[in-house]
Design a protein around this ligand. Structure first.
Ligand SMILES: [Zn+2]
Length: 114
């Protein structure tokens, strides 16, 4: 997954986890004010931190470089030196020296994990 999408997914997950924790706080810890307060605070912090992640990815994406993917010929963005196409997951790099072995090794390793 492209870095921007990955971070967005993470921020989205934080929102849902936060809401889930607050839901648990209300319905599971309803007879324990201390546990409920702690869970509410954790859930709240989770939602707040996701806003910061969104803010951060917003700033990051202004620094990303728009390119046309050589594989699927759609517009995508590169974050950092090495990233993958948002549409077809084609590995892309801005640094010509990184083309070849290093990139291959990285993506092979990723494939082994999944
Ligand atoms: Zn592509």
């Amino acid at each position: 997954m492209a870095k921007i999408n990955r971070i967005r997914t993470f921020a989205m997950a934080l929102v849902f986890i936060g809401i889930f924790i607050m839901y648990i706080a209300i319905f599971v810890f309803s007879n324990s004010p201390i546990l409920m307060s702690i869970a509410m605070i954790i859930g709240f912090l989770s939602v707040i931190s996701s806003s910061f992640v969104y803010l951060w990815i917003g700033m990051k994406s202004t620094k990303s470089v728009p390119v046309t993917c050589p594989n699927c010929e759609k517009q995508t963005k590169i974050l950092g030196k090495v990233d993958v196409c948002m549409h077809c997951e084609e590995p892309l790099t801005l640094d010509p020296e990184l083309e070849g072995k290093e990139l291959d090794a990285r993506y092979n390793r990723k494939n082994f994990q999944s």
